[in-house]
Design a protein around this ligand. Sequence first.
Ligand SMILES: [Zn+2]
Length: 231
Amino acid sequence: MAASRDAESLERRQTRLDDQCSRQAASRDAESPQQTRTRIDGQRSRQGASRAAKSPEQRQTRFGDQRARQASSRDAESSEQRQTRLGSLRARQAASRDAESPEQTRTRIDDQRARQAASRTVEIPEQRRTRSEDQRRQQAASRAVHWTFMEGEAFRYDPAKNYDSHPQLHIGQMTDVCSFCDALKWPGEAPGMRCSGGKVRLPALRPPPEPLKSLMSGTTSQSKHFLYIFH
Ligand SMILES: [Zn+2]
């Protein structure tokens, strides 16, 4: 098979891969959720076994090949193909999860954690780097989604717009009082923020030394002027 693939023309290879792709897609669409799970489990244990048998150099090579293949196949994909691939992946995952019993959900999540832990212990440094970079990119992208309406806004600043009143930018007043340390908080702050739910206790502030103490008192005209300037 390897020799016959080496001899195949680019066009033939593309046709063969396209055929394979549509056959696989058709067969996956016809699967029951149970069949999907069984297929994926089988695939994972085969992959796991074959990975465990490999040396670090082999793993390095496989990893490089895999990234190159994925990159080239995704580069060649039209945006419609990409949508279709991701859509059908999501639909299969959702269907398979909907069909799960609570016990199966727990097992799936436990398995997933164990697989992640196992795959991290055999990671080569490059994989670890790539994984954390991918993760950072995904997190940044998912955060950025909420802010696309502000993209480039700093470059077209419009003084007539009241930016602070936008519902996504307006965080209200510090009207909440922490039940642990009496600090003033914004309504959106989680109860554990700042003093970590009462775990962090700072010593009380000591009275300021003179002349600062009198200036802070607000009782003399000099002090009133001082406070006015600092507010
Ligand atoms: Zn607090």
